[in-house]
Design a protein around this ligand. Structure first.
Ligand SMILES: [Zn+2]
Length: 137
């Protein structure tokens, strides 16, 4: 299943980044998922809970932010939120729309605890300063 590969990639990044920054326990993970990815949030969460068992992410909360599909028509310069794969321009009927958002798949941030339980990184802030794209290779 596709979700399995995604979560495997996610876990690999989390373990690597946690090790780099001395995080011993991951509390929550915020994931951005574009709607064009066709991923089920419920399946992702279930899969994550399974994969996180006996790891530093056990019991961590997986927060999934779905990103809508935003399309842009170059013919009439209109932008709109589209249903997946229905990309006809509502303005001029053009079919050359470009996808601007909806393909996202990355870790927006995660929150963890270092050796001292009180030393928690601020909620919502990425301790790494950039987004972590998930690869499923
Ligand atoms: Zn148009």
């Amino acid at each position: 299943m596709h979700e399995t590969a995604i979560v495997r990639g996610l876990m690999r990044i989390l373990e690597q980044k946690a090790a780099e920054s001395g995080i011993r326990r991951i509390v929550s993970v915020r994931l951005k998922v574009g709607r064009l990815r066709g991923l089920e949030s419920r399946q992702l969460r279930g899969c994550f809970a399974l994969f996180a068992e006996d790891t530093l992410a056990e019991g961590a909360q997986l927060i999934i932010e779905e990103v809508p599909v935003q399309a842009h028509c170059p013919a009439c310069d209109r932008s709109w939120v589209a249903a997946a794969y229905r990309l006809q321009c509502p303005g001029c009927g053009g079919t050359e729309a470009e996808i601007q958002t909806g393909r996202e798949l990355y870790i927006e941030s995660f929150e963890g605890e270092r050796a001292c339980p009180k030393d928690r990184t601020p909620a919502g802030a990425s301790p790494f300063g950039r987004r972590h794209r998930i690869t499923t290779l």
